[in-house]
Ligand binder design. Structure first.
Ligand SMILES: C[S@@+](CC[C@H](N)C(=O)[O-])C[C@H]1O[C@@H](n2cnc3c(N)ncnc32)[C@H](O)[C@@H]1O
Length: 289
C-alpha cells in the first residue's frame, strides 16, 4: 500500500477476506465423499486440461463397497486429464491394492503413476522432491486420514511448495470431528501424536469445543497460517439426505476463485444427473486456468 506521506509503505498487501461458512452446498453424506472429490477434480481438469493428484492415505477403506474408493474413482475418471498420480499408504496390503489399481490402467505411457508405501509424512518429501510438480501444475492432494495421522508439518510442506504468487496445491482434508474428542481425551500418555497432528500442544483447548467449532477453527488455520484464499469446511453426514449425525468435516482449501463454485457443481452432479461434457466445456472454457 502507498499513501501520500509514505506512512503505510511497508504494510503487507491485504488480500480480500475469505469466508469459512458452510453455506452454499447441500448435505454431503459419507457414501458420496469419494464421488464428490472425483467429480470436483474432473470439473477442475476440464478448465486446466491437466493436473496432478496426490493421495496421501490412499488405500481403500471399504474394499467391496462400489464407488467408495476415492483413488479408484479419480484415476479412472474420463477424460484422463491428470498427468501425474501419486498414491501412498502405510500398509503393505493397501499398497498392494494400489499397485493392482495402477496395473489395471492402460495409460501408464502417457500418465506418470507412483505408488509409495510408507508414512505419508515422510513420503511427501520424495513426492515434492521429484520435480514433477511444476509451478503451473494444478495439483490436488487428498488427505483422507483416520484421525490424527496427517501432521501439521505435512500441510505446511504442501502449502508452501509452490513459489509465492503461484496457486498452492489444493487440499481436501478430513477432520474426524465425530470421534476426535474421544481420540484426544484418550491421549494422556503419548501426547506426541496429537502434538504432531495439530502442530503444537494447543489441541488441548479443543477438547471442550463442539465438532463444528473445531472444524471452523481448523479452517481458519488453513486460511491464516497456511495462507489459502478460499477455505470451506463441509460437514459430512452419516446417512442420506443430511440425516444422522455429522461423521466428519471435509476441509477444502484452494487459491482458485472458482473452487467453491466447482465444488457446488460437483455436489449437484453427484446427487443428480451428470452434465454432458460439451455443455461444461462451453461454460468452463470462459474461466481462466
Ligand atoms: C480412511 S483410510 C483411506 C480411505 C480411502 N481414501 C478411500 O477412499 O477408501 C486411511 C488409510 O490411511 C492409511 N494410513 C494410516 N496411517 C498412514 C500414514 N501415516 N501414512 C500413509 N498412510 C497411512 C491406512 O492404512 C488406510 O488405508
Amino acid at each position: 500500500m502507498t499513501d501520500k506521506n509514505g506512512l503505510f509503505d511497508d504494510l503487507p498487501e491485504q488480500l480480500s477476506p475469505v469466508t469459512i461458512s458452510q453455506s452454499g452446498l447441500g448435505p454431503v453424506w459419507t457414501q458420496h465423499k469419494a464421488q464428490l472429490i472425483a467429480k470436483y477434480i474432473y470439473l477442475f481438469t476440464i478448465i486446466t486440461r491437466h493436473g496432478c493428484y496426490i493421495d496421501g492415505f490412499a488405500g481403500p477403506k471399504k474394499q467391496d463397497l462400489k464407488d467408495s474408493w476415492a483413488a479408484q474413482l479419480v484415476v479412472e475418471t474420463d477424460p484422463r486429464r491428470l498427468r501425474e498420480v501419486f498414491l501412498c499408504d502405510l500398509k503393505q496390503d493397501k499398497a498392494d491394492r494400489l499397485r493392482e489399481l495402477v496395473k489395471q490402467q492402460t495409460d501408464s505411457d502417457t500418465r506418470h503413476y507412483e505408488v509409495c508405501q510408507g508414512d505419508f509424512n515422510s513420503e511427501i518429501d520424495k513426492i515434492l522432491g521429484s520435480g514433477l510438480i511444476k509451478e503451473k501444475t494444478a495439483t490436488f492432494c487428498l488427505l483422507d486420514q483416520y484421525t490424527l495421522e496427517c501432521h501439521w508439518a505435512t500441510l505446511q510442506k504442501l502449502a508452501s511448495y509452490k513459489p509465492a504468487g503461484a496457486r498452492k496445491i489444493e487440499l481436501f482434508y478430513f477432520l474426524a470431528t465425530g470421534w476426535l474428542h474421544r481420540s484426544l481425551t484418550g491421549y494422556t500418555v503419548n501426547l506426541n501424536r496429537p502434538d504432531l497432528w495439530w502442530g503444537n500442544s494447543d489441541w488441548k483447548n479443543l477438547v471442550s469445543s463442539s465438532g463444528q467449532t473445531i472444524a471452523v477453527r481448523m479452517a481458519e488455520r488453513f486460511r491464516d497460517e497456511l495462507g489459502y484464499r478460499y477455505v470451506k469446511a463441509y460437514p459430512i453426514y452419516e446417512r442420506d439426505k443430511g440425516e444422522g449425525r455429522v461423521m466428519f468435516h471435509m476441509i477444502h482449501a484452494s487459491d482458485h476463485p472458482e473452487a467453491q463454485n466447482l465444488m457446488a457443481r460437483a455436489h449437484r452432479n453427484v446427487t443428480k444427473v451428470p452434465e454432458p461434457e460439451k455443455q461444461l466445456v462451453m461454460e468452463l472454457s470462459k474461466i481462466a486456468p
